[in-house]
Design a protein around this ligand. Structure first.
Ligand code: F6P
Length: 343
């Protein structure tokens, strides 16, 4: 029986288990054996694997996280690790590998394809929704629904206390979570990495609301947003294996600036990893399921080095290399819509 390996890498997100379940169930229907690789690329370096059965994926559809575990391991970081990946791929007798990940994990897949492991298929994952060539990545919908619920909750306390509340959301260098959760949650200003923050303008919007009789405001800020003149606010200078800095803290800086200028009492709420947890929404379960089934079809049709993707309401396939070439940032048409409600 031909073997397909599957790994989940990078930051976890709701919907990963939907993909794993779909790969196993569709894979069995097509006569494949499915090998789960633990903890992303780390599992292929260490040959840490598990054979997946019907029982392994039973009941996992509504669960957040990933039953396979994940890591931010980059096999191109440490001398010898790429060779270990290649050796274990052979040792395990894998016919193909399904890689479920974002720009980093799929970036490794793209490099491995060039380096000779060509039987790889990709599935786009991330709460950040910043992968190119797909309208949505799974995990994003759950994250924005979680953030929206938090914004709803912050509204009632902001209103009761006549405060400004700055809500810091994730998303790395793309403002998708901020813009969509902000629109859905009725934010009064939304700040995204794609556009520099003009603090005077932000305070102007807040003052405008107060002149209209409102005594509270909700400001949603993406963790990767920057002041006009400033650099990124970071939690830690240390880079991860993919060269990423740990973002976070812009909310606090922004709140201080707002309070200083407006003299309105201001608080901050950093949503953090809450956005990555919990049960996937129906949208993410369906998207993850469709991506998983498509990934097995791609293997069956020998359409390697392709990634399952969503365009409109259709699942298509695109080159992995193209999907990771550049970040998909916020559509300015959507930003213009959000701006209608600023102030
Ligand atoms: O890419 C997903 C993401 O949640 C980003 O939005 C965030 O910047 C980053 O991961 C946080 O990473 P970690 O879980 O390693 O702190």
């Amino acid at each position: 029986m031909a073997k397909i390996g599957i790994l989940t890498g990078g930051g976890d997100c709701p919907g990963l288990n939907s993909v794993i379940r779909a790969v196993v169930r569709k894979g069995f229907k097509e006569g494949y054996e499915i090998i789960g690789i633990r903890n992303g690329w780390k599992g292929l370096i260490e040959n840490n694997v598990v054979t997946l059965s019907f029982a392994s994926v039973s009941g996992i559809l509504p669960k957040g996280g990933t039953i396979l575990g994940t890591s931010r391991t980059n096999p191109y970081k440490k001398e010898g690790d790429t060779q270990k990946v290649k050796d274990n791929f052979k040792k395990l007798g894998l016919h193909a590998l399904i890689v479920v990940g974002g720009e980093d994990t799929l970036g490794v897949a793209a490099r491995l394809i060039k380096d000779g492991i060509s039987n790889i298929v990709g599935v786009p994952k991330t709460i950040d929704n910043d992968l190119s060539c797909t309208d949505y990545t799974f995990g994003f919908d759950t994250a924005i629904n979680t953030a929206m619920e938090c914004i709803d909750k912050l509204h009632t306390t902001a209103e009761s206390h006549h405060r400004i509340i700055v809500v810091e959301v994730m998303g790395r260098h793309a403002g998708w979570i901020a813009i969509e959760a902000g629109i859905a949650g009725g934010a009064d200003v939304i700040l995204i990495p794609e556009l520099p923050i003009d603090i005077e303008e932000v305070c102007g919007f807040i003052k405008e609301r107060h002149q209209r009789g409102k005594t509270f405001s909700i400001i949603v800020v993406a963790e990767g947003a920057k002041f006009k003149e400033g650099t990124l606010v970071v939690q830690e200078e240390k880079l991860d294996e993919f060269g990423h800095i740990r973002l976070g803290g812009i909310g606090e800086t922004l709140a201080t600036e707002i309070e200083k200028r407006t003299h309105y009492e201001t608080r901050v709420s950093v949503l953090g990893h809450i956005q990555r947890g919990g049960a996937p929404t129906a949208f993410d379960r369906v998207l993850g399921t469709r991506f998983g089934v498509k990934a097995v079809e791609l293997v069956k049709d020998k359409k390697f080095s392709r990634m399952a993707a969503l365009t409109g309401n259709k699942i298509i396939d695109v080159p992995i290399e193209e999907a990771v070439r550049e970040l998909k940032t916020v559509d300015m048409e959507l930003y213009e819509i959000s701006k209608v409600f600023f102030g």
